[in-house]
Design a protein around this ligand. Structure first.
Ligand SMILES: [Zn+2]
Length: 133
């Protein structure tokens, strides 16, 4: 499983591909997280170092606090899209039509938000240089 997770592509991944696929910014091969997106019980289990190039993902102490700002942005975007979907999809219901789906959608988005915000923050603000082998 581990070998499959870190399989090398015939071509190099773009920075965007590596970010969306939650891979190491230095080698763009190693996975940042130990389990797939669908393991809801272990969505936050992360490798401390890249399994391929050994980059320490938490590039400085407290680095992941910054990912909270990215997560906040994702949450706003998701809830904005939810509001627009309710407005146009359900013909502008009463206020409860907007309020009730918010906690449900927010909870469902937690694994995505957590993982993607860390990946985006590391790729954009980690200042890690890409070093292809
Ligand atoms: Zn790596």
């Amino acid at each position: 499983m581990e070998a499959y997770e870190n399989i090398k592509l015939d071509r190099e991944r773009s920075r965007f591909e590596a970010m969306v696929d939650m891979r190491c910014p230095q080698c763009r091969q190693g996975k940042m997280f130990k389990y797939s997106n669908w393991r809801i019980d272990k969505f936050d289990d992360m490798h401390s170092n890249c399994p391929v190039c050994n980059l320490h993902f938490e590039v400085e102490p407290g680095f992941w606090y910054g990912a909270m700002f990215v997560s906040y942005g994702f949450s706003i975007l998701i809830l904005l899209l939810l509001g627009l979907t309710v407005y146009w999809g359900f013909g502008d219901p009463s206020i409860w039509g907007y309020i009730l789906p918010i906690p449900v959608v927010s909870l469902l988005a937690v694994p995505f938000n957590f993982r993607m915000s860390r990946s985006v923050f590391l790729h954009l603000f980690g200042f890690v240089k890409y070093k292809p082998k």
